[in-house]
Each structure stands twice: as structure tokens, then as C-alpha cells.
Design a protein around this ligand. Structure first.
Ligand code: SF4
Length: 411
């Protein structure tokens, strides 16, 4: 039997009415939450942002979800998240994210506990048949609850193409554990994480989404929708489709699907409510938005180019720029995927296994995807820059963030 996902428009009845209808259409909470259930509501509160920026789950949606949960008389309800790595420092914090989204007021109004999962007690958990994380540290709140409801916002993601209910679970990894997930390969790390803390229900705040690099206000997109369902992978497939992203573009959909024996395809979903095509938009890809910042660089992408290479390359180019070599990349040609054209042999770099056919004639970074440091090395070489200076600058920038993080999280 197909798994049901609902798509509901926010109409004159407002956000709460739309969330109620979305949950009802998707089968409700009756079989999920009862007297005695301990429930974690996990919105995306990644960093302080203006309301309706499309970058963080809005308080109105969190309030509606919390009210519906409370009607099931559960034993406990916690609203919890931990801001992205590096933000729980002096000046910026998870608490500020809660404040700016309106979630702090929601918790007060409804008498529900609000918890910073970055400072929660954490436990090391073994991941069976791990892709990359044999063990992972997880906030106890997430381990000790019976029901997790992931409530992300509809947005693109620079490292993973989209950031929806599965990626939203990164917030249950406290402190510097988030760092590790980025270093080992984020899409596989998400699949590993969701093996041990799989959300039981997903509700996407698609009232306002964000495209491109998620900058406000230019990247915010009015959508006026709520997506809901009991299978987060399928809810995310519908969310991605709303942004014009096909499931095969998102690597962690593939890894989670493989792990759970599901195909991340629209054909396997019983979509109820609004017709998807009536609301589908094409959100700017983070990488395209990113490339527009490097008009002097030519990108050649073959059909097989995927977010693995694209995301590592995005980071590598940021590091080149941060090291002061943005202009030195002018005239560079970068090839990813199984491209049929190769670009000039001078100052052309092929990246990844798919483009390895060019390896003999062009500078090449091997791997699937290549490590970010390997990409930095070949790109710097092609620009006549000492790769060591870029790698050192990259490490220093990271150390700065993580040192600050360690200081901040020890208080
Ligand atoms: S080499 Fe691997 S990560 Fe890179 S584009 Fe090909 S399949 Fe994707």
C-alpha cells in the first residue's frame, strides 16, 4: 500500500487550520500519540532569522503542531533544537533562534518546555551497518522520547541540495558532533543519524520557503502550504518536488531509501489534498546562486553531476575566496559529472569519478565525491596558488569556529 502524504493550502482559516487539515488528511496522530507518550517536537531553529524568512520553522506552525499534540494528552511534550555549529556563542544562540521565530512565546503560551539540544546531556549510540558514523552522540531528549515529530521549513540546502525533515534531525546532535557529520560526508551521515533517531512524523512549514543561498529577503518564496505524513522520506520527496527538485538529485534520499527498503519516488506516494503540479515552483539551486558569484569561472556539468561533487566544490570555492584568491579563479574551467565536452586543457580541472575520463589530460581530483581538501589542492594548483596556503586558511577558519564552539559549549 502506498504511504500517504498530504498537501494543504493555508487559506482564510489561517495556519492552525491548515496544519490541522494537513495532519487529518495524512492520517492524524491517533495511532501515534496516546496518554503516556513522551513527545519531542523538533522544528528547524538553525540560527536567528527574521520571521517568514523561509530559513527557520515559524512559530505559528510550531504552535499549531503543539496544540494538536497536546490534545492527545501525552505524558510530556518538549520543543527542542540546537542551532547550527558555531552559533551557540556569545552574541548568537539557540535561544535567540527560538526568540526570533516566535517559538519562545509559543512554549510560554502553551506551558510546554523549550530545550536547547546543544546543551542537553548526550549519549553515544552505535549505528548498525553505518555508512560513515559507526557511533553518534545524540541529545538524551531525543533518545528518551517515544515520538519525534520533525517540523522543518521548506528550503534548499547548500551541502545537501534540500534541507527538509530528515536533514532537520541534525539538530539532535549536540555541539561539535555536528562538525563530524560534515567532515565524513553529510548525506551518508544523515542516513546514519536517521537510522537511530528516525522521526515518526514530518510536517513541513511550507508557508514561506527559501531558495538559493537562503538570504533574506531576496531568497524567500511565498508558498502558503503545509506538507504532512508519517513517513519522513516521502514527505521530503513531496517537499523537494514543490521546489522543483527530483528525488535522484538528493543523495541522502537515496541512502535513507536503501537503508529502509523504500524507493524515494513520487509514484510510491499516495498524495492527498492539493495537486502538486498546481504549486510546484522551481527554486534557485544553491550552487547556481553560488556560481553567479564567480562569473569568471566556467562550469561544465555532465548529466551524472550530483550534489556530492557540487556541494564539496561549493565549499572548496568558498575557501579559495576566503584565502584571498577569488580573482585568481577567473579563467578557470571546472568539470563535474560525465560531461561530453572537456574544456581547454589549460586551467581545466576535472572533479570526481564521473569525470575521471579526463584524468590523463586535465588536472583531476579523484573520489566519489573527492574530499574537499583534494578539490582545494587541484583548484589551487590550476590557479598557480600554493594549495598549502588555502588549506591552512581553511583549517584556521574552521578552528576559529570550533574553538569558539568548544569554549561556548563548556559554559
Ligand atoms: S563522482 Fe560521485 S559525487 Fe561526483 S558527480 Fe559523480 S556520482 Fe556524484
Amino acid at each position: 500500500m502506498k504511504n500517504r502524504v498530504s498537501l494543504t493550502m493555508v487559506s482564510d482559516g489561517g495556519v492552525e487550520s491548515a496544519v490541522r487539515e494537513a495532519v487529518r488528511r495524512a492520517g492524524g496522530f491517533d495511532d501515534l500519540i496516546g496518554v503516556g507518550s513522551r513527545v519531542l517536537i523538533k522544528p528547524n531553529q538553525c540560527k536567528p532569522c527574521p520571521r517568514r524568512s523561509g530559513f527557520m520553522t515559524d512559530g505559528d506552525v510550531v504552535e499549531a503542531v503543539t496544540r494538536i499534540v497536546l490534545e492527545r494528552n501525552p505524558a510530556s511534550v518538549v520543543i527542542g533544537d540546537g542551532a547550527i555549529a558555531g552559533w551557540d556563542l556569545g552574541g548568537f544562540s539557540t535561544q535567540e533562534a527560538f526568540d526570533s521565530s516566535g517559538v519562545t512565546d509559543v512554549a510560554k503560551r502553551l506551558g510546554v518546555e523549550l530545550r536547547n539540544l546543544n546543551t542537553d546531556a548526550a549519549e553515544e549510540v552505535r549505528v548498525p551497518n553505518a555508512y560513515v558514523l559507526n557511533t553518534v552522540r545524540i541529545a538524551k531528549t531525543a533518545l528518551e522520547c517515544d515520538v519525534i515529530i520533525s517540523v522543518p521549513v521548506l528550503k534548499m540546502g547548500s551541502r545537501t541540495h534540500v534541507s527538509l525533515s530528515l536533514k532537520n534531525m541534525k539538530g539532535v546532535m549536540p555541539g561539535a558532533e555536528k562538525r563530524r557529520s560534515h567532515l565524513v560526508g553529510l548525506d551518508m551521515a544523515i542516513a546514519d543519524l536517521c537510522t537511530v533517531v528516525k522521526p515518526h512524523y514530518a510536517i513541513i512549514d511550507a508557508t514561506v520557503g527559501s531558495e538559493g543561498m537562503g538570504q533574506y529577503p531576496q531568497d524567500a518564496r511565498e508558498m502558503g502550504l503545509i506538507v504532512a505524513g508519517s513517513e519522513p522520506l516521502y514527505v521530503d520527496v513531496v517537499g523537494a518536488a514543490l521546489m522543483g527538485v527530483t528525488p535522484d538529485e538528493v543523495l541522502h534520499f537515496r541512502y535513507v531509501g536503501q537503508r529502509q527498503g523504500m524507493r524515494p519516488v513520487l509514484d510510491d506516494i499516495d498524495l492527498v489534498g492539493e495537486p502538486l503540479d498546481a504549486h510546484r515552483q522551481v527554486f534557485a539551486r544553491p550552487f547556481d546562486a553560488f556560481c553567479s558569484r564567480y562569473p569568471g569561472v566556467t562550469m561544465i556539468q555532465g548529466d551524472s553531476a550530483c550534489s556530492g561533487c557540487i556541494n564539496e566544490l561549493t565549499s572548496a570555492m568558498i575557501h579559495m575566496k576566503q584565502a584571498g584568491y577569488g580573482d585568481r579563479m577567473n579563467g578557470l574551467t571546472l568539470v563535474i559529472g560525465n560531461a561530453s565536452e572537456a574544456g581547454p586543457s589549460e586551467r581545466t580541472v576535472s572533479l570526481g569519478k564521473c569525470a575521471s575520463g579526463l584524468a590523463g589530460t586535465r588536472a583531476h581530483a579523484p573520489g566519489c565525491p573527492p574530499k574537499e581538501s583534494e578539490m582545494v589542492r587541484v583548484i589551487a594548483d590550476a590557479c598557480g596558488v600554493d594549495p598549502g596556503t588555502v588549506l591552512t586558511s581553511m583549517e584556521e577558519a574552521r578552528r576559529k569556529v570550533w574553538d569558539l564552539w568548544d569554549d561556548g559549549s563548556s559554559h
